[in-house]
Design a protein around this ligand. Structure first.
Ligand SMILES: [Zn+2]
Length: 657
């Protein structure tokens, strides 16, 4: 196991001369090059296999959980940095070198959970405390899900299925990543696009704009481009991303999952996957989704009528002859939003200069959770990347660290995400480390991007404030239908007036949102909830349909989409790019909305005072610090002091909050 410790000189410079405390033994990310990745991977795999053999050789439970903890730590020491680097390394060769390593580790994971000797040792364990009991339960479920309890023939088939699913998942994602589809627009067709967009996407020699399918290109176009035919062209291209072969892959994925569930005598993959989630079974999900549909159906219709009226007005066509297409929705909603709420997102970049928005996010987190962040110069993978130590404000104790990699560059992961690098383990005296990766405009953020920043930083806090006994339970290692709750909840600190007051502290010279502007911003955000949640319902319902009865994906999708007010646009194949459900979110897409139920409910103790440090500290201790070492439902109940309720969620999606 190799750790890289900080360069003391940099820390010393910050700590001044006299009573400079000793720089903490600060674990950092090892920035491997391509050869280094291969070497770390090969050596790591050999070392883990030796450790597993030693664990296999012992009889009886003994210290199995300790041994497991150490193995888990050694594995994440190799694979987490490599996974992060595969997304952020400036050198393509290094990013590419990571892929075979990630596959090898997925195979190792299956192997570990198919190891009968390890299973027998864990099974024999008598837990000495609740954390051990939870750890044992999670491990036993991992063994069961990997097939170790199945009879030999079925177990062998389960292994084949897992291996094939991993190949299919990678092929599916690669087809999307490598989709080099470009859509060409004339300068005239760019009418309506904001200046910052035009500046970032220069025309070619002929004066045409050649655009790819990435979200930062696509979304603003659908929202702003005046020309409906141009929007349609882009929409259809985007909704073909991944291509026809991905439809075949998706069908095979769901057929294999169905077969896997059958090996366990379960009726469907939905049953197999959901027994491990908060919801526990497909019936709970279907009931929840029915509730969502019931709540938003009329609202969606009303919003589409508003869009129709706006389109008729815009094009000067009779209302009765005006048809709304899917590529009209974002554009006319944005127009209505601007007219009705007078919000210009582009203008807000002056309100939220990027570095100040970061300062704001850090300030809110420090005040709310009783923390102190100190920036330290350390070696990283790119000169743009910043690093911070995290201390407990009261005790002054070093807790953890995080990186911020904020700006776009060639070949970098092109969404926003938090990456865990090290998970906590109190038993191993292990402190957490995480990275925030985004693609922000350097000048300033619009309000949506401020929400994104706080969302992802919510994940970072969940990672780095973790204080759990066992590493596999650390940070965001929680159930899939809970994992988004802390991050969705933290978005609210980008919306409410009380915390936003603190922006004055980090940027006295910035223009500030008035009470009225904040109210309009919030109203603007809530506008369009009907179409938004109707779409979320559609995605989740498609996922559930495929997970219950796998049929050809395009047929299932077209049928579902045809039953919606806007219908199914001919020539589109959305499932070909729906990578969530081709990977770990299979039978789990509903989890985004389920997490939101909990996120909005967990806001209620902050109702009186969004910056109450007492409530913040309780939230830190009862939710963020706990990771997955207790059942999520217990954590939520402990924080709320009652059973959770979905009232706040339904009020939010129907605009009644
Ligand atoms: Zn998230």
């Amino acid at each position: 196991m190799r750790h890289v410790f900080a360069i003391a000189a940099a820390a010393a410079a910050l700590n001044a001369v006299a009573a400079a405390p000793r720089a903490p033994d600060r674990p950092l990310l090892t920035v491997y090059d391509a050869a280094g990745i291969k070497q770390a991977c090969d050596e790591g795999l050999a070392r883990h296999r030796k450790a597993i053999a030693a664990m296999d050789a012992k009889k009886g439970p003994g210290t199995i959980l300790r041994e497991w903890n150490n193995l888990s730590i050694d594995i994440e020491n190799v694979i987490n940095p490599i996974y992060l680097l595969s997304n952020v390394h400036p050198d393509k060769a290094a990013r590419d070198a990571a892929e075979p390593c990630l596959s090898a580790y997925t195979a190792l994971q299956t192997e570990i959970f198919q190891d009968e000797k390890l299973h027998a040792r864990v099974n024999a364990l008598q837990p000495a405390n609740p954390h051990q009991a939870k750890m044992k339960k999670d491990l036993m479920e991992g063994f069961e899900d990997s097939g170790v309890t199945l009879p030999p023939g079925k177990r062998a088939r389960a292994k084949e299925i897992f291996d094939r699913l991993e190949v299919l998942r990678q092929d599916f994602d690669r087809a999307i990543r490598d989709d080099k589809t470009r859509v060409t627009f004339t300068a005239a067709e760019m009418e309506g696009m904001p200046e910052s967009y035009l500046k970032a996407h220069k025309p070619d020699g002929k004066g045409d704009y050649v655009l790819g399918l990435d979200y930062p290109w696509y979304f603003p176009f659908l929202q702003n481009a005046r020309n409906g035919e141009a929007r349609k062209r882009y929409y259809v291209a985007k909704l073909n991303e991944g291509g026809e072969p991905n439809l075949g892959r998706m069908q095979e994925i769901f057929k294999l999952r169905q077969e896997l569930a059958g090996l366990y005598g379960l009726p469907s993959f939905a049953d197999y996957a959901l027994r491990r989630k908060m919801v526990q079974n497909p019936q709970t999900v279907m009931k929840f989704l029915d509730g969502v549909k019931g709540a938003v159906t009329d609202l969606e219709k009303k919003e589409i009528e508003e869009i129709r009226a706006e389109k008729a007005k815009d094009l000067g066509t009779p209302l009765a002859d005006t048809k709304v297409d899917r590529w009209d929705v974002s554009y006319y909603q944005e127009r209505i939003r601007r007219a009705r709420f007078d919000i210009d997102q582009e203008k807000l970049r002056k309100y939220f200069p990027t570095d100040k928005a970061v300062d704001y996010t850090l300030l809110v987190s420090q005040r709310l959770y009783g923390l102190e962040f100190r920036e330290v110069k350390v070696p990283t993978w790119h000169p743009d990347v910043r690093y911070f130590d995290v201390f407990d404000a009261k005790s002054g104790k070093f807790m953890s660290g995080f990186y911020l990699d904020l700006f776009p560059r060639e070949g970098k992961f092109n969404h926003a995400a938090a990456f865990p690098i090290r998970g906590a383990s109190l038993l191993a005296h292990r402190t957490p480390l995480a990275a925030l990766v985004t693609n922000f405009n350097r000048e300033g953020l619009d309000h949506g991007e401020l929400e994104t920043l706080m969302h992802e930083f919510g994940h970072v806090m969940h990672n780095v404030l973790s204080r759990v006994d066992y590493n596999p339970e650390a940070g965001t290692s929680v159930k899939g239908d809970f994992v988004e709750a802390p991050s969705q909840m933290f978005e609210e600190w980008a919306r409410r007036e009380q915390p936003l007051e603190l922006f004055k502290e980090v940027c006295p010279g910035c223009p500030h949102l008035t009470h009225d502007e904040i109210a309009r911003l919030d109203a603007a955000r809530r506008y369009g909830q009907g179409t938004l949640y109707a779409r979320q319902w559609l995605y989740a319902s498609f996922d559930m349909a495929m997970s219950t009865d796998p049929q050809p994906p395009l047929a299932v999708w077209a049928k579902l989409e045809s039953s919606t007010p806007l219908g199914h646009p001919e020539g589109t194949m959305f499932p070909a790019s729906f990578s969530h459900i081709a990977s770990n979110y299979g039978a789990g897409y509903y989890g985004y909305m389920w997490s939101q139920v909990l996120a909005l409910d967990m806001l209620s103790p902050f109702k009186k005072d969004m910056m109450d440090p007492g409530v913040g500290r309780r939230y830190r201790d009862t939710i963020l610090a706990q990771g997955g070492q207790d059942e999520e439902m217990n954590l939520v109940k402990r924080f709320l002091g009652r059973n959770p309720s979905n009232e706040a969620f339904f009020a939010e999606i129907t605009g009644k909050r």
